[in-house]
Design a binder for this molecule. Structure first.
Ligand SMILES: NC(=O)c1ccc[n+]([C@@H]2O[C@H](COP(=O)([O-])OP(=O)(O)OC[C@H]3O[C@@H](n4cnc5c(N)ncnc54)[C@H](OP(=O)(O)O)[C@@H]3O)[C@@H](O)[C@H]2O)c1
Length: 248
């Protein structure tokens, strides 16, 4: 697995603080990246597919002439990819101000059909990748710098759903990790925000090979706006847990 870097933005502008968005090439991650850019933040998006990342960067670059977006091919479930992402940030003296652990994938299947491959596929980004990327960003971020980590999970991390046993297990695992991390980092300049969204109209359901009517599901742009507004607010109070669902 190789990592490829679009360094144009970093070279043009001596960027110091950025927001890292895993899975920023599509769906909710792309919408989060767009709102961050609109809020004046510089953004680095991570994903596995270079073409998808380039298309996303072009779209994001049109947001405003001041929009600074860059891309890295990085499978967050592969330790060497994640290490190289960290090395790249260190080498360019870039500090992560906000980490959005958003990359993930779905799977809908009967409990009797679970295979090792299915489990690895779902756990790769949803849990293992979240842990690896968080660990690396924490390791390279100086203690004196404030870092906010936003873990995008799902309402499937709060309930058990039929035909979602593996997906729920990965998201409940991510929730356990998030809670333990919060306890471990208490009193330091690290903020941990847990996000539990309900169903959104994204490619998630293509990947999950689900023939499901998602026409009534939430627009990822509206969800992203709510998340970014809550996360970026600068005052003495911190929003710690966000659940976003459709109005019934
Ligand atoms: N859509 C929903 O209904 C829904 C509901 C609740 C929670 N969520 C959660 O919201 C998050 C975003 O989902 P979405 O709906 O926006 O899905 P999506 O449209 O399928 O986008 C997923 C993104 O993650 C990236 N990705 C997947 N595996 C990766 C890996 N191992 N390393 C790096 N990037 C990876 C994908 O890009 P590449 O394929 O190019 O790597 C893509 O950019 C996920 O954590 C999902 O579980 C979604």
């Amino acid at each position: 697995m190789t990592i490829s870097v679009n360094m144009n933005i970093f070279e043009k502008k001596r960027m110091k603080k950025i927001c890292v968005v895993s899975g920023g090439s599509g769906g909710l991650g792309l919408a989060i990246a767009a709102f961050l850019l609109k809020s004046g933040k510089d953004v680095l998006i991570l994903g596995r597919n270079g073409e998808k990342l380039n298309r996303a960067a072009k779209r994001l670059g049109r947001i405003s002439p001041d929009a600074h977006v860059s891309t890295l091919i990085c499978n967050i479930g592969i330790e060497t990819d994640v290490r190289r992402t960290g090395e790249f940030l260190e080498e360019h003296k870039i500090v992560t101000e906000y980490l959005f652990n958003n990359a993930g994938r779905g799977l809908f299947a009967e409990a009797t059909t679970a295979t090792s491959e299915m489990i690895d596929d779902v756990f790769e980004a949803n849990l293992k990748g979240m842990i690896l990327l968080t660990s690396e960003i924490l390791r390279i971020t100086p203690e004196k710098e404030e870092l906010t980590i936003v873990n995008i999970m799902s309402t499937s991390a709060l309930l058990g759903r039929d035909h979602e046993t593996i997906y729920c297990a990965s998201k409940w695992g991510a929730r356990g990790y998030t809670e333990a991390l919060r306890t471990e980092l208490k009193g330091r300049k690290r903020n941990i925000i847990a996000v539990y969204p309900g169903g959104m109209k994204t490619d998630f359901y293509d990947v999950a090979e689900q023939d499901r009517d998602i026409s009534e599901f939430m627009d990822p742009k509206e969800v992203a706006e709510k998340i970014v507004n809550a996360v970026l607010v600068k005052d003495k109070l911190l929003v710690t847990d966000i659940t976003i669902s459709r109005k019934k």
